[in-house]
Design a protein around this ligand. Structure first.
Ligand code: NDP
Length: 525
């Protein structure tokens, strides 16, 4: 049997694991979106006035409401993605409360007013404070690979900052986004977390609907369009796009941990992870042994729904399956050696694909250059760490990069040379689940920052409250007279550290203020 047995082509209509038909989801009419954003704006006005403490308590309540029904959402995500319920519970759902708690700490460290230090000599009587003001309504556009957690990553900081949000789930996974919005609405009330459903046209319309900021996670092609349009609209945007992560395995690695770690992070989420290890650079001296053991592990990884306990699900959609097969064909034609996998599974009813290891890959192959986003790893053998670093950095993408070695000092030095947003020693991609580490990259991975205090520029603007308690005019105001030049010269001396200039300045300032007052009072004659 092959995948032609069941038609998987209509986005989100069938389970990718079993081919079973799923419930219909209504598309949001494009002309209704501006109204939804307007309702969000009305709800946001009160939310923005609430204290951070109150917002935090309510968001923890929302996270708890999710966990009370964790089996239900795990089932929905499982149906939409084909991943098993235990996998979904572990990787997408179970961490939401802990994520919220850490996100609250990040908000507390970020949102408080910041006092500005102002020289009392140069600027007498002046005080300023910089406050964080929510943007208003934030659009959150997400893909299908982690349809739940990619929403809650921006959801917490956006809401903690005092915004309302409108979610746009992928049309491949619409029910998950809708469920999340329902749980938050039960706790927060109507309008603060809304959802719009449909394809790319709905995402594009959301950008035109009056939103004040947008976070986008998805492909490079769409991310470019979103960033370009957000630029024209002059709204802040965070775009997080693809990856082609490299792992560098050195001869002195901890063999067992490295084998398990590479298997984990190449195949996690069936490789449909922007932070998946897709390229493995390994020192030639251990390559034969390591690669044959890795291939044996790949063969042991089980694909849903064929096993009760399985490590990975199927590909989520036929386009992803085609990309995987195209990359493998291209690599084999160009001389790669297939050591594990390479074909479909699940009897053709679903979109399952066996974990695939390609050895002796070269830089010309699609599987080394383009994002595969599937359960495939390309092995590239190198002479030494210098060659590994050079070739790992020769990518359009730069999300995660890892080095595997027992020499942690050497590992850190190599990690710093990787042209990526998240550089790791002896692990990979795990910071993606942490609310206090910025998830960001270089090149085609995009300029966006997900999670942590560093993501806040999308969700807040800064407003300065400047208060002047001086009773008289400032000494540098109009009119100019012979003291004006001396004032400038003394200010220069003061800036260069002259201790006497402060006393001198006070005298000049007094004369200047007197002159300005006379000038003003003359206007009354
Ligand atoms: P897409 O870019 O196709 O879609 C992402 C979202 O954008 C979907 O909701 C999609 O709707 C919507 N969309 C499509 N066209 C437009 C448009 N013109 N304007 C606004 N929104 C639009 O990506 P995929 O869903 O295929 O996701 C896979 C990609 O996501 C991979 O390349 C992967 O690397 C990347 N990704 C990046 C991550 C990161 O953190 N850097 C994390 C996870 C994934 P619809 O699906 O309904 O068409």
């Amino acid at each position: 049997m092959n995948t032609e047995t069941i038609d998987h082509s209509r986005p989100g209509a069938r389970s990718p694991a079993t081919g079973e038909a799923l419930s219909e989801v209504d598309t949001t009419p494009v002309e209704a979106i501006a109204g939804i954003v307007e309702e969000a704006r009305e709800a946001q006005a009160d939310w923005a006035k609430a204290s951070l403490g109150l917002r935090s308590r309510m968001l923890l309540e929302a996270a708890e409401a999710v966990l009370e029904r964790s089996e239900e959402i795990a089932e929905i995500i499982s149906q939409e993605t084909g991943k098993s319920v235990p996998e979904v519970l572990l990787n997408e759902v179970s961490g939401i409360n802990e994520y919220a708690k850490v996100a609250i700490k990040e908000a507390e460290a970020t949102l408080g007013p910041a006092k500005v230090s102002i020289s009392r000599v140069a600027y007498p009587g002046k005080k300023a404070v910089v406050e964080s003001v929510p943007r208003g309504v934030v659009g959150i556009i997400a893909p299908w690979n982690y349809p739940f957690s990619i929403f809650f990553k921006p959801l917490f900081p956006a809401l903690l900052a005092g915004n309302a949000v409108v979610l746009k789930p992928s049309e491949f996974t619409p029910r998950t986004g809708a469920w999340l919005a329902e749980r938050f609405t039960e706790v927060l009330g109507d309008g603060l977390v809304s959802v719009v459903q449909g394809g790319g046209d709905v995402g594009a319309a959301l950008l035109e609907s009056g939103i004040d900021a947008v976070t986008f996670t998805g492909s490079v092609a769409t991310g470019r369009k979103v960033a370009a349009r957000a630029g024209e609209l002059l709204i802040p945007h965070s775009v997080e796009l693809g990856g082609k992560d490299a792992a560098i395995v050195l001869a002195d690695c901890n063999f067992e941990r490295t084998l398990a770690g590479i298997t984990q992070w190449a195949l996690h989420n069936c490789g449909q992870n922007c932070g998946a290890i897709e390229r493995l650079y390994i020192e030639e001296s251990i390559a034969d042994d390591f690669v044959s053991r890795l291939a044996a592990l790949f063969e042991k990884v089980r694909v849903a729904p064929e096993f009760e306990y399985c490590e990975i699900g199927p590909l989520q959609n036929p386009a992803q399956l085609e990309t995987v097969e195209r990359h493998i064909d291209d690599a084999l034609k160009k001389g790669a050696e297939l050591l594990a996998g390479g074909d479909r599974c699940n009897g053709g009813q679903g979109l399952g694909f066996r974990p695939t290891l390609l050895d002796h890959c070269t830089d010309e192959m699609d599987v080394v250059r383009e994002e595969t986003f599937g359960p495939v790893i390309a092995v590239l053998r190198v002479e030494d760490e210098e060659e590994a670093i050079r070739r790992a950095n020769a990518s359009n993408y730069g999300l995660n990069g890892s080095v595997w070695t027992t020499d942690l000092t050497r590992g850190k030095a190599i990690a710093r040379r990787l042209d990526v947003g998240v550089a790791l020693v002896n692990n990979h991609a795990i910071p993606g689940s942490m609310a206090n580490i910025p998830w960001t990259g270089t090149g085609d991975t995009g300029t966006g920052i997900a999670a942590s205090r560093y993501s806040y520029p999308t969700f807040i603007r800064h407003q300065t409250i400047f208060v002047d308690s001086s009773r008289g005019p400032d000494p540098w105001w109009f009119p100019f007279n012979e003291d004006t030049r001396e004032l400038s010269e003394t200010l220069i001396e003061f800036s260069l550290g002259s201790v006497f200039s402060a006393i001198k300045l006070a005298g000049i300032a007094k004369r200047r203020v007197k002159a300005i007052r006379e000038w003003v009072s003359e206007s009354g004659n």
